[in-house]
Design a protein around this ligand. Structure first.
Ligand code: ATP
Ligand code: MG
Length: 177
């Protein structure tokens, strides 16, 4: 059984209105544990829409997403748990920073998972190290970081949740090689 199985997935924005737009049209693919996959497509071809369905942020107009053999929309009330398993770093993650300090921002996801203080602290430090964010930046306000540092902080916040699947939507734009 595949870790992630996407079947006949479609997404229509503003369905039933004059602005109706089919952004994802009948997409299917499988992801095995350990796979490293790139999605390439033109501007506006539906990449961001597709990945937002994979972690349950957008609900498909048609088709199914199976995670470990279970349809992620089987229990809509538990969709939040899918977001801990499928970590998504948005195309402009730095817009999502909102806490007083960088440390609190990175700790936000793990905090929602109900982990204890020590575990959270440890995850924040290792995630910051993973994205090469200097430890002295942790007590600073996220708004006082450079563009690239903000992006690193936002990526660290998702890494700190230690998701089974990590999705990065154009994560390197504006960062050094
Ligand atoms: N909230 C929305 N409401 C209506 N249409 C939308 C919305 N978001 C995206 N679209 C449209 O859906 C299509 C796919 O957009 P999407 O952001 O998924 O593309 P993308 O492949 O990620 O593009 P890019 O490479 O520019 O990031 C585009 O035509 C876009 O105009
Ligand atoms: Mg996009």
């Amino acid at each position: 059984m595949s870790l992630l199985s996407v079947k006949d997935l479609s997404y229509v924005y503003s369905q039933g209105t004059p602005f109706e737009h089919k952004a994802v049209d009948n997409v299917s693919f499988e992801v095995e544990r350990g796979d490293f996959i790139g999605i390439i497509g033109h501007t506006g071809s539906g990449k961001s829409t597709l990945v937002q369905m994979l972690n349950g942020l957008l609900k498909p107009s048609d088709g199914a997403i199976m995670l470990d053999g279970v349809n992620i929309w089987d229990k809509p009330k538990e969709i939040r748990r899918i977001r801990f398993k499928v970590g998504l770093v948005f195309q402009y993650p730095e817009y999502q920073l909102f806490e007083e300090t960088v440390e609190k921002d990175i700790a936000f996801g793990p905090g929602n998972m109900g982990l204890n203080e020590d575990e959270i602290k440890q995850r924040v430090l290792s995630a910051a190290k993973f994205v090469d964010l200097k430890e002295e930046l942790l007590p600073k306000s996220p708004f006082d970081l450079s563009g690239g540092e903000k992006r690193r902080a936002a990526i660290a916040g998702v890494i700190a949740m230690d998701p089974d699947i990590l999705i990065l939507d154009e994560p390197c734009a504006g960062l050094d090689p």
